[in-house]
Design a protein around this ligand. Sequence first.
Ligand code: ARG
Length: 487
Amino acid sequence: MSDAKTPWGGRFTGTPGEFQQRFGASLGVDARLYAEDIAGSIAHARMLAARSIISTDDAVAIEGGLLGILRDIEAGTFAFDLADEDIHMAVEGELTRRIGEPGKRLHTGRSRNDQVATDTRLHAKREALRLFGANAAVRATIHRLAEDNIEVIVPGYTHLQKAQPVLLSHHLLAYSWMLARDAKRLRNAYKEADALPLGSAALAGTTFDIDRGMVAHELGFSSVIENSLDAVSDRDFLVDLTYACTLGMVHLSRLAEELILWSTEEFGFITLDDAWSTGSSIMPQKKNPDFAELVRGKTGRVVGDLTALLVTLKGLPLAYNKDMQEDKEPAFDAIDTYADSLRAVEGMLATLRVNAERMAEGARGGFMAATDLADYLAAHGVPFREAHEIVGKLVLSCEREGRVLQDFTHAELQAASPVFGDDALATVAIDAVVARRTSEGGTAPGRVREQLALATAALARDERWLAERTGSSAVRRGGRREGEVLR
Ligand code: ARG
């Protein structure tokens, strides 16, 4: 016989062996929910007392005991007993050891099914805010980099072939908008998690005259989940949060790929700081972009996390099934990996050196003013398809002779088409090519400044939303900040 501790001993004559205990346990993963578990229990006990389901003395003893456990866990002096199956049983068991009988009354009208759903939602809300803050920090760094390099020109690519020159700031801001959408998904995940399952008990509700609204208020939930079966079996909010992490990682991975590419000798557009690079154990000359590569690589893991979570939920009958215990490991992994990756990307962006000269050099090659020459002809009455053909031939001749479009003389252009006037040569100057793209959302400096102002305003709005939920501002619910542990 093992020393497995179960609260259901009454119905059993045998106990699970050590393997079963280890296989069934989740404490190693869900110990992370200790603060939420304790907050949920305190709110539940207060409500039970308010409804005279337990005595006020019992509720006070429970609250004191739980706060003591919280203190010990946070001080690092609490020794988790691995014979406990999960955080809920670890905390409740310890509470009873510490305060005796009142501890045994805590679980009245409650099940671990609504308890774990409540803890996980509280945790998802808190983590969504943490990630939201890290996302905002990266956007602020992108904006600073764009501002500092507002008129630096870089080749723009399609198919990774030089296409048209753009401002580096324009290129960087494209990532700011991606990350702004990621922030929207995090905010949505936060809102999806913001409803209370507790009070649903195992699946059908409880016979006690409980007050779910009071518990929701105590814990900072905006509403109470309407259907007890749905409440204990819904993990959509966790899928939403994991998906927000996944697409966020995909965006960081694309950015990481550009950092890797741009820091090659062949590109040389940027130099990563030594602190964000590694060397080789054999090749003395090497400086490798390991951290960018890891952001790119870890994206695969997080995509796997989302898949694992979705496949775990697929096909589960109502209501709670133990399969659902497998939700936390992938979700927590996605959250932590995304948080770390945001930090790594922020660090790399904040410290990299922009090699504006190399970028300008790159922008001169590749015939990137060809569209502008064709546009010139089209603006002077030549049908665009014909103009395209004429300029195509000019490019071909350049390529054969090892020249660039900027090498042409006025006479040579006129020979290709009499429509080319004196001002045609000016259109191939690279900064003129950029400056001419004044359409809304285009890369002309004025448009990019406008865009930077919009991105900055969007970030400021997001930062305000976050401050209302985490800051020491006046926005407090139930006397404490949302998501904050009761203490
Ligand atoms: N550790 C469990 C989980 O994470 C808690 C809920 C267990 N409920 C049950 N009926 N066995 O899902």
